[in-house]
Ligand binder design. Structure first.
Ligand SMILES: C[S@@+](CC[C@H](N)C(=O)[O-])C[C@H]1O[C@@H](n2cnc3c(N)ncnc32)[C@H](O)[C@@H]1O
Length: 240
């Protein structure tokens, strides 16, 4: 079990409670989610996502699952490059918020990462962007991802991580004081953004994340820092 699995913000909670509370956070922020991302990151999330999508190599016949796909930001970008993408996310509100912008190449399925609605070894690539830290159980989700990916299938994860030392204190101050205020101002939901910040703070750093992915059975796990490690892309291959 990861150190995040039984927490919600600074509270210790049951996994069931954690799952309900996270569901509620995304229900509350759905309509302003994309706008808030722009405010909070000064638009840099777009650069990270652009970089992430270009990192993913695929054939036109590949089945790509974008887990925790939310409003479909990654799925849309992949579809523009010719991919067929299935967004999996438990939040109908988040998927609904992005629906109009999505093309027919994007299919939405309401489900959780800890119980994926796919057969064993049936998926070519699985992407997850700013989603893995919201899983109720990260280790269960990684096991599921490993189960559904074909042998040789690839896992791509974009997530916040631990920034390098010179900028870490400034980043922490920004997260602690500015983001909840922005959350209140723009989205009217300071508590929801407080949760998001806590989940970033407690999230495993680059090397810890790498070993969690390896423990789930992936090989050739590597990571690449973005913006001095504020965000990070981890990739792994399903060795089966
Ligand atoms: C921060 S958003 C990321 C959305 C999108 N991938 C992006 O990069 O903008 C996190 C998403 O994780 C979803 N989520 C929360 N718990 C989940 C779970 N157990 N399984 C799958 N997705 C989950 C939320 O509904 C939300 O849409």
């Amino acid at each position: 079990m990861s150190k995040l699995d039984n927490t919600f913000g600074q509270q210790t909670v049951s996994q069931d409670e954690r799952s309900k509370k996270i569901r509620r956070v995304f229900q509350l922020v759905a309509s302003r989610y994309d706008l808030m991302n722009d405010f909070m990151s000064f638009g840099t999330h777009r650069i990270w996502k652009h970089f992430f999508v270009n990192y993913i190599s695929f054939k036109s016949t590949d089945i790509i699952v974008d887990l925790a796909g939310g409003t479909g930001d990654i799925a849309r970008k992949l579809a523009k490059k010719g991919a067929n993408v299935i967004v999996v996310d438990p939040s109908i509100e988040m998927m609904q918020a992005g629906k109009q912008a999505n093309s027919q190449q994007v299919l939405n399925i309401a489900s959780i990462g800890e119980r994926l609605p796919f057969a064993d070894s049936s998926v070519d690539k699985l992407t997850i962007s700013f989603g893995i830290r919201n899983m109720t159980s990260m280790s269960d989700a990684l096991d599921e991802i490993h189960r559904v990916l074909k042998p040789g299938g690839e896992y791509y994860c974009l997530e916040f991580s631990r920034p390098m030392m010179p900028i870490r204190p400034f980043y922490n101050l920004y997260n602690q004081y500015i983001i909840p205020r922005l959350g209140a101002l723009v989205a009217g939901q300071p508590e929801a953004y407080q949760y998001l910040i806590e989940s970033i703070k407690r999230f495993p750093h680059q090397e810890e994340m790498k070993s969690l992915i390896e423990q789930a059975g992936f090989s050739k796990v590597i990571y690449r820092n973005l913006f001095f490690g504020i965000a990070c892309i981890h990739t792994g291959i399903n060795k089966h």
